[in-house]
Write a new protein. Structure first.
Length: 127
């Protein structure tokens, strides 16, 4: 998943209210915890966890991040894709699968490289 600071900026970019961004950041963030057994409390330790695949918020975060990275890629590369009806179709994506469309293989390779760079800016690994 993406760096939580980048995620917060992206959510803000899309108009998500700050109170929800704080909750989401807490879910995705590094937190501290202690264990209490009866009246004894252990020392504090850092919890370094990511949101698990089964967490209800994971699919939404992936969609938001992927959409942000794809739109950034499209703006960076300019005129790519295939003409379909009156629009240009650059990619097809479903869940976490992505296919680029273009009539030129070199342009598809360029799109892939730019996509990886754009993803890396948010610590969102694209392979």
């Amino acid at each position: 998943m993406a760096d939580r600071r980048a995620l917060a900026k992206i959510l803000s970019f899309y108009g998500i209210p700050d109170k929800y961004i704080k909750v989401i950041s807490t879910i995705f963030g590094n937190n501290n915890a202690a264990v209490k057994v009866e009246n004894e409390i252990s020392g504090w330790f850092r919890i370094k966890s990511r949101v698990k695949k089964g967490h209800f918020i994971s699919p939404f975060m992936v969609i938001i991040l992927m959409e942000f990275v794809l739109s950034s890629t499209a703006k960076t590369v300019g005129e790519h894709g295939i003409k379909w009806r009156s629009k240009t179709l650059l990619d097809l994506h479903h869940v976490d699968d992505l296919s680029f469309l273009d009539e030129n293989v070199c342009k598809i390779n360029e799109l892939s490289e730019v996509l990886q760079l754009q993803g890396a800016r948010t610590d969102f690994n694209i392979i």
